[in-house]
Every structure is written in C-alpha cells, then in structure tokens.
Design a protein around this ligand. Sequence first.
Ligand code: PMV
Length: 304
Amino acid sequence: MSALGRGFGASKVILLGEHAVVHGQPALAAALDVGVRVTATPGGGPRLAVSAWDVTAKPGDDGTDLERAMARLFECAGERAQGATIEVEVQVPGRAGMGSSAALSVAVIRALAELDGEALTADEVERRAGLAEEVFHGRASGIDAAVATRGGALWFRRGEPPTSIQFDPMSIVVAQVEPRVPTREMVAKVGAAHDANPGVVQPLFERIGGLVEGGRDALQRGELEALGEVMNENHLLLAELGVSTPGLDGACAAAMKAGALGAKLTGAGGGGCMIALAPGDEEAVTAALVERSIWVKAARLGGG
Ligand code: PMV
C-alpha cells in the first residue's frame, strides 16, 4: 500500500474513419501522451477536485454526471480508497471529442488501486472505466476507454474487439478550433442523410473505409507522406458528408500551408477538433493554428 496513489489516463484522437465507423466501416484511433493525471490521498473524502474546470465533486448516486460516474469507480475500489481525496490535473480540453472523461476515469481507477495496493489488469481498468463512461455518454462504444487504458493505436470495427496497431510513436498537432456540437447530434445528422440518400452516402462510407485500411498500412510502415494524403482525402469525404465547418476547413488549409503532410477534422465534427501530421514542422504548424484555435498542442501520438 502507498501513502499516495497516482494515475494517468490518455486522451485520444480518431486518426481516420469517424462517422463511417457507425455504419460498419473500420476506424483508427490513437492515444496521446497528454490526458488526465490524478493524485489520490487517503482521508478527507470521497472528494474530487478538478481545478482546471473549477469543479469540486462529492461522488454519490444522486449527484451530477461526474459525481455519479466517480461513485461507480469508488464502489469498485478497495476499503482504503473509500474516503480518498483526489486532485485532478487535466491536460486537454473537456467536451472536445478528445476522450477526457475516459482519461479521467482511467486515471482515477489507477490511483485508487495504487492506494489500495491492488494490481489491476488492463482488462479490469477498461471494464471499470466503461462503467463510468455509461454515466457520461449513455451507451458508449468503449473506444475511448480502450485507448485511455491501453495507449498506442487501435483498429476498430463495430461489434468486434479493437486490435492494437504497431507503429513508431510520432508527434501530431491537435487543435480545438471551435466549441463542439454533441456527437449524438452529428451522428443523427449523418444517419438522416444516409436514410434520405443511401445511393450517395453509402459510397462515401465505403470510400472512407478503404482509406482507413490504406492509412493503417501506411502508419505501420512509417510512410508518413502516404498517411498524410489519406488524412486529407478523409477530410474531404467528411466535408462531403456535411460534418466539416468553414473553421475546420480553414484550420486544415492553414496547417497544410505551414508544412503539414496531412490534416483533417477528428471526431464528430460540426466544430471541435482537427489534427495535423507535421513531423519536424510542428512549431510552424502550431503557430499557424494558434489564432484560429481555442486550444492547440503538438502531442505525442501513441503515448499513454
Ligand atoms: O466525438 P468523438 O471524438 O468521441 O468521436 C465520435 C466518432 C463518431 O464516429 C462520429 C461517432 C462514434 O460513435 O463512432
């Protein structure tokens, strides 16, 4: 048992395949080396303080989403962790599509387990994080919890367990360009477009699925120019699906002008985040995005 429990959970980006994945195509997601760090100390709680969000939470079954989610994690933890006080350091924006809630859950699970001297398997960390994700997101796909727990890059297809993709970790520039529209709304919008016009929208999904396969192979081989091209094509197809915005398009164009090999929106779109692959040119690309973004950072892809 330790006097302090510490834990980290990785945030994530979707590299390729968002939206089409909801309709049966594959997608590729990867962890970042930034996420959520927590420190748990025995006593004074259960209590959780997130100074970046100006939030203090008292885990319990009839509180806010955060409080109910954290109550589920405390229920799984051992005796010594029950009254713990948790300090949270959030390194990524919340509600931006970067998986900050799963990162928080994984960090808390690990810190409480350390306090209890409990060695958890990755499967168990992921299972517990899934319980909290149900509170945050309803029926979540589980990808955020899987990436936050395992790090690296994951290939996933609906209804199948995600598989790990081997690659050399690299840097990626991530920018939150605009406030985001809830994922649920964007998924409904694309679903309605598919229902109204399957002859146009289904081929777009299939083209995205084809790109994801090519992108995975390029990532595994370290062929970054090819990966960048695939990202650009994926962005254009997402724009055709109607989920990009002038702000996201402008940020992608600015990143390309500043030397990126590829750039695309990431996640549900309608605002939110974009990513730019710019090995060696991160500084120039970050500088080009600063004025257009709420938050921007060159992070390490695959960290976690
Ligand atoms: O908002 P995010 O980053 O969690 O991504 C949503 C990805 C979608 O494909 C649009 C939805 C989904 O459930 O896969």
